[in-house]
Structures are given as structure tokens and as C-alpha cells.
Design a protein around this ligand. Structure first.
Ligand SMILES: NC(=O)C1=CN([C@@H]2O[C@H](COP(=O)(O)OP(=O)(O)OC[C@H]3O[C@@H](n4cnc5c(N)ncnc54)[C@H](O)[C@@H]3O)[C@@H](O)[C@H]2O)[C@@H](O)CC1
Ligand SMILES: Nc1ncnc2c1ncn2[C@@H]1O[C@H](COP(=O)(O)OP(=O)(O)O)[C@@H](O)[C@H]1O
Ligand SMILES: [K+]
Length: 494
């Protein structure tokens, strides 16, 4: 898994090492220069004779970049530093000058700096690091980057983080310099994984500085190798009831497909049994003879796919279930039409699966003033807010799926191709996650943060099944469901 730590956690980890005189900046700058030479070799075959521009802000991030620039200059690279203010890392600047680098001071014209950078083989972005206030680049740094972007962005290596990015939350509220490669020091920061900022980072490489990072990671991204630890694999003695029964209240005469897709994903994900409740049991059984129609014991539920506001029958079933089943300890996926029926307070074993528009409605229902765009601008904040207000685990769907759960658990999954943005894909995710919860409900009660880990697992498997369904091309939701057994087998075999 990829783990991230906030600026505050990184600073706390650096403090004791700096007090001992450990040369963290030297280590960071050396690694940055090594990565930069690799990029230059890739881009132009050789390092000597390349043109590199260092954009140097006022702090240590600029210091890293200037020291790396000095090392590059010693290898025959033509290095220019463009300063953005009177404050600059003096040692770094002196090192660059000693190595033969040129310096364009901040009182030079912004256009001159931008022209220099636009013509470089590689730009080292040392404008702002973890000292950024997250509001985007302001002042000369902002003017410089806007002027550079007007001319066309060269190859950019972000030093630690892309400058202007919300380091801890992934917001990009103002000017940000997008990178092709981010060389992160000591730890990945949450903004490198969280939308919308994650897209500014390009490829991310971590440089180990030997930090002893405090506490739990802020935001995690599960990787394929993590799935086997989280998947409820049946043991030799199990039978269908111990493996978990999933109840599905989904679909209607108007939207029978949602019932088929949800049950299809649940059956394919390997649950002990699927029970269907609703008016289109005949359609569901025709598609999946394994499904049992009618009441009985279940461990987890999926409520809501394809349930419309005028569907009195399904709404009554969901309302009744909300009054009884969550208190009995049964887990639930609450999707689409069930979201607005959610009781005031539930536990983390209820997992909401809204997209940004639906999450905005859940929040507005509870007195928050936010719309879809607001959720998309700061998804983890709003997913966390919904968790605080409802008690539920929240999986917020999108190009990067964000999960917020109990005790601060947070995940950001970027596993899916954009082809997955197709009708019915959400129904498949709901069925898949329902199956996972049905197989793990006891463990979820022992460790409430597990619901968030399982939600992230479902997002990962869903995304990989989409790739597998038709690599590089269009996919239907049913094809994603059909790809689940093979995808899961592959992940469990890793
Ligand atoms: N602390 C350490 O021990 C280490 C830090 N390192 C580097 O140091 C960086 C952090 O250095 P600093 O704490 O000096 O912080 P920065 O280099 O990010 O600079 C912060 C300063 O920038 C200005 N600023 C903040 N927001 C701004 C905005 N929106 N627009 C324009 N100016 C703004 C403020 O004056 C602030 O003091 C890390 O990201 C990393 O690159 C590395 O050298 C490794 C060791
Ligand atoms: N641009 C994108 N790239 C990758 N995945 C996406 C993108 N947009 C949406 N998705 C995923 O596609 C699915 C769409 O679900 P949803 O919005 O509920 O659609 P529906 O209700 O039609 O099933 C979600 O899993 C979401 O994370
Ligand atoms: K930076």
C-alpha cells in the first residue's frame, strides 16, 4: 500500500533528526539531482550540455532545488535559478553560484524568467513545499508560473510536491505548477494521492530520508498485493451461511437492470448466497438462477441501486430495514435511491456509496451548504464531514474514489479507466462491496475501520475488473461484473 503523512507529521519526524545534525537537505538534494539526471538521459541521451532552470521560492524547498541545481551544474549542465522574492535559501544559492550556475533575481522581469524556464530541458520546481498554505501560488511565484504556462509547460520535476497544491488535502484552489515527476522527500503527502490535486503530481518517486513517521498514515492507497489480506477467502469447513448471505433491495419495474447488475456482481464476487427483495425477482432469477428471492437471514445488505423516488414498495422495504437491520448488526451498502432514506445516525458498518452530486445532497439534507462542485474541489473533507454527521463509512465515487471511515481512516483509490464512467457501473460496485461486507461482518464489528478498508478494496477490484474486461477500450457494466471472478482469482494468487 502507499501511505501518506501530513506536513505536520513530516515536520515532527524531521525535528529530532535535524536536532542531531542529520543532513536531510543534502540527502534530499542529492537524490533529486540523481532523479533529474535520469530524466535528462531519458529526454536527450546525455546530461552534460542540458539546460535546467531551478524555480526557487523562499524556503527549504527552494534550498533543495538550488543544491540539486549545484550538483547538476558540476556535471556540466547549464543551470539557471529564477528567484521569486528577496527571501531565498542563501546556502543553496551560494552553492549554485560556486558551481557556476547563473541567477536571475526576483527584480528581473517575470517574462524573462518564464522564457528561460519555457526553453529549458527540465524545470526543477522548488517554489513551495510543505510550507505551502494550500491556497495556490501567489505574488511573483504565481505570476511566473502563469507566464510559464502561457508559453507552454516544459518537463517539470516537482521538488517534494507540486508547488501551490494543497499538500494535506489535494486542493488546487489557485495557480499550481503541474509536474511530470514528483520527487517526494521522507514521505508521500496526502495531496499526492487525493483528488483533484493528485493529477498535478505526475509520476511519484519517494526518497527515503530515514524518518520515523509518527502515528497512523493520513491517507492510504491500497495496491493489488493488499487484496489477499482483506478478502474473505472461504476455509475448508465453511458453508454458504458462514460465508455470508447478502440481501439486495435494488431495481424496480422501471429499472430492472440495476437489480440484475447488483446481484450479478455479488454472485460473481463469491458470496455464500444472494437474496433478492423487490418486484423484479423474475428478471433477476432469469439472469442468475443462483439468486434466491424472498426473506431470510442475511449478514449484509445492498440498498438502493435503481430505486426511484416513486417506487413506494422498495422505499418501504428500505425504510423498514433501516429501522431494524443496522441495529441487529447487519452491514449495509447504501447507494443511489436509499441515500435519502438513511436514518439520522448509523454505524461505520453502513457504507454510503454516493457520487459527488449524491454526497452533496446527503450533506445538504443535514444542514451543510455545499454543491457537487464543492465536493469535487475537496472530496476528502466532505466525505469526512458526511462520516461525522451520519456515523457511516463513506465511499465517494469518482475518477479517484475517496473513502472516509471510523477513527480517521481514509483511502484514495485510482484504479479505474475512465471507460468505467458508464451507466450501471455503480450498481456493480454496490454488489461487489455488499459481498465483501457479507463475508467480513464479524471482523467489521471488531474493527470499525475495516469497513473503510473493504470499501477501498472494492474500489480497487472494481477498477481492475474494468481494465480486465476490455483493456484500453469501452466496457459495459455487465462486462465489469463478468470480469470479477478472474480479477479476484488473479489478485488472490499474487
Ligand atoms: N524540514 C526539513 O527538515 C526538510 C525539508 N525539506 C524541504 O523543505 C520543504 C519545506 O520547507 P519550508 O518549511 O521552508 O517551506 P517552503 O519551502 O514550502 O516555503 C514556505 C514559505 O513560502 C511562503 N508561502 C507559503 N504559502 C505561499 C503561497 N501560497 N504563495 C507564495 N508564498 C507562499 C511563506 O513565506 C512560507 O514561509 C519541504 O517541502 C522539503 O522540500 C527537505 O530539505 C528535507 C528536510
Ligand atoms: N473518469 C472516471 N474514471 C474512472 N472511474 C470513474 C470515472 N468516473 C466515474 N468512475 C467510476 O464509475 C462508477 C460510476 O458509478 P455511478 O456514478 O454510481 O454510476 P451509475 O449510477 O450509472 O452506476 C463509479 O465506480 C466511479 O468511481
Ligand atoms: K515544490
Amino acid at each position: 500500500m502507499l501511505q501518506t503523512w501530513t506536513s505536520a507529521q513530516v515536520r515532527a519526524a524531521e525535528e529530532p533528526l535535524l536536532a542531531l545534525g542529520v543532513p536531510l537537505m543534502e540527502r534530499a538534494a542529492f537524490a533529486l539531482h540523481v532523479r533529474s539526471t535520469a530524466v535528462l538521459r531519458e529526454l536527450r541521451g546525455t546530461v552534460a550540455g542540458a539546460r535546467v532552470v531551478v524555480l526557487a521560492g523562499p524556503g527549504n524547498n527552494g534550498g533543495d532545488a538550488l543544491h540539486a541545481g549545484a550538483l547538476l551544474a558540476r556535471r556540466g549542465v547549464e543551470v539557471h535559478a529564477v528567484l521569486t522574492g528577496s527571501r531565498v535559501h542563501e546556502e543553496g544559492l551560494a552553492a549554485l553560484r560556486r558551481a557556476g550556475g547563473q541567477v536571475l533575481p526576483a527584480d528581473g522581469s517575470v517574462d524573462e524568467g518564464a522564457a528561460l524556464a519555457a526553453g529549458a530541458d527540465l524545470v526543477l520546481d522548488g517554489l513551495l513545499g510543505i510550507g505551502s498554505d494550500g491556497a495556490g501560488l501567489r505574488g511573483t511565484a504565481g505570476d511566473l508560473v502563469r507566464a510559464l504556462l502561457d508559453r507552454g509547460r516544459p518537463y517539470v520535476v516537482a521538488v517534494d510536491v507540486p508547488s501551490g497544491l494543497g499538500v494535506d488535502d489535494g486542493r488546487r484552489d489557485g495557480t499550481v505548477l503541474d509536474a511530470d515527476l514528483t520527487v517526494a522527500f521522507g514521505a508521500l503527502k496526502p495531496g499526492l494521492l487525493l483528488p483533484p490535486g493528485t493529477h498535478a503530481a505526475g509520476r511519484v518517486e519517494l526518497v527515503d530520508l530515514g524518518l520515523d513517521l509518527p502515528g497512523a498514515p493520513a491517507v492510504v492507497r491500497l495496491e493489488p498485493g493488499d487484496v489477499a489480506d482483506l478478502w474473505p477467502v472461504p476455509t475448508r469447513d465453511e458453508h454458504k451461511y458462514t460465508r455470508g448471505v447478502l440481501g439486495v433491495v435494488a431495481g424496480s419495474r422501471a429499472y430492472p437492470g440495476a437489480a440484475v447488475l447488483t446481484t450479478s456482481a455479488a454472485v460473481r464476487a463469491g458470496v455464500g448466497m444472494v437474496r433478492y427483495l423487490g418486484d423484479v425477482g423474475d428478471v433477476v432469477v432469469a439472469a442468475h438462477p443462483e439468486v434466491v428471492v424472498g426473506h431470510g437471514r442475511v449478514q449484509a445488505w445492498v440498498f438502493g441501486p435503481g430505486v426511484s423516488p416513486d417506487d413506494a414498495g422498495q422505499r418501504r422495504r428500505i425504510g423498514y430495514a433501516f429501522e431494524h437491520v443496522l441495529e441487529r448488526g447487519e452491514a449495509a451498502v447504501v447507494d443511489a435511491g436509499a441515500l435519502e432514506l438513511l436514518p439520522a445516525r448509523v454505524g461505520p458498518h453502513a457504507v454510503l456509496t454516493p457520487h459527488a452530486g449524491e454526497l452533496a445532497r446527503v450533506l445538504v439534507q443535514r444542514g451543510e451548504d455545499v454543491d457537487r462542485a464543492g465536493v469535487e474541489a475537496d472530496p476528502l473533507r466532505w466525505a469526512r464531514r458526511a462520516h461525522e454527521l451520519t456515523g457511516a463509512t463513506v465511499l465517494l465515487k469518482g475518477p479517484v474514489t475517496v473513502v472516509a471511515g471510523a477513527h480517521g481512516a481514509a483511502y484514495a483509490q485510482a484504479d479505474a479507466p475512465a471507460w468505467l464512467a458508464t451507466a450501471g457501473a455503480g450498481d456493480v460496485l454496490a454488489g461487489l462491496l455488499g459481498a465483501l461486507l457479507a463475508g467480513s461482518v464479524d471482523a467489521v464489528h471488531e474493527d470499525p475501520t475495516l469497513a473503510a478498508a473493504l470499501a477501498a478494496t472494492a474500489a480497487l477490484v472494481h477498477g481492475r475488473a474494468a481494465h480486465r474486461a476490455n483493456p484500453g477500450g469501452p466496457i459495459s457494466a455487465q462486462a465489469v461484473a463478468d470480469a470479477l471472478p478472474g480479477t479476484i482469482a488473479e489478485l488472490l494468487g499474487r
